[in-house]
Design a protein around this ligand. Structure first.
Ligand code: 5GP
Length: 205
């Protein structure tokens, strides 16, 4: 059985990465979501162990000290990190895994696991992103302007990613994401074992 593929998805706030991932994961493709640990407070509608593993600062720092995290970062005053063991076990068992993390974490993952596939989700335009952030109505004008500045900064990192998806129309963006996951699994270098087995007339699982 071939190893699973590690996918990393990043996007500025308001680009719809949560919805795209939610819809893609519901399609029963070979893809599981890696739940991160964080010290930020739980938001309404979130669930422990599904949205995040919610930790105190001390608990999180112990996880760092014990080497339990594949990567971690500080973002807007809180810690976020990827628990390593589950990711490694899933990849080992042939399952594809997706991390939903910010740009610094994505860079660290690429350094640690060069074969990871990095996907960046873009808004169709900055005007549309602004419109969506205002429409959400969850933040005041000052916060939205800050988020837009942050988005511009983050978008300049998209060049370091392997793929970009433009979230103009949601269903198309979900389809594009699923297509990338699918195409990556057909790459020759991920199927060497199968080719070798066929050459030797063996059967593999
Ligand atoms: P939020 O607090 O809005 O859920 O997440 C804030 C940012 O942290 C988002 O960009 C999210 O993708 C990122 N993030 C979530 N989990 C992790 C993680 O484990 N590692 C890193 N580096 N970023 C994360």
């Amino acid at each position: 059985m071939s190893r699973g593929i590690l996918f990393v998805v990043s996007a500025p706030a308001g680009c719809g990465k949560d919805t795209i991932l939610e819809k893609a994961l519901a399609k029963e493709i070979n893809l599981c979501y890696s739940v991160s640990a964080t010290t930020r407070a739980m938001r309404a509608g979130e669930t422990e162990g599904i949205s995040y593993y919610f930790k105190s600062k001390e608990e999180f720092e112990k996880m760092i000290a014990d080497g339990e995290l594949l990567e971690h970062t500080e973002y807007c005053g809180n810690y976020y990190g990827t628990p390593e063991q589950t990711v490694r076990d899933s990849l080992e068992s042939g399952q594809n895994v997706v991390l939903k993390i910010e740009i610094e974490g994505a860079e660290n993952i690429k350094r640690l696991i060069p074969e990871a596939v990095l996907i960046f989700i873009l808004p169709p335009s900055m005007q549309e992103l602004k419109r969506r952030l205002y429409k959400r109505g969850t933040e005041d004008e000052e916060t939205i302007e800050k988020r837009l500045k942050q988005a511009e900064k983050e978008i300049s990192f998209a060049e370091n990613y392997d793929y970009v998806i433009v979230n103009g129309e949601l269903e198309k963006a979900v389809h594009d994401f699923v297509s990338i996951v699918s195409a990556e699994s057909f790459k020759t270098n991920r199927n060497r074992e199968l080719i070798e087995a066929l050459k030797n007339n063996d059967t593999i699982e």
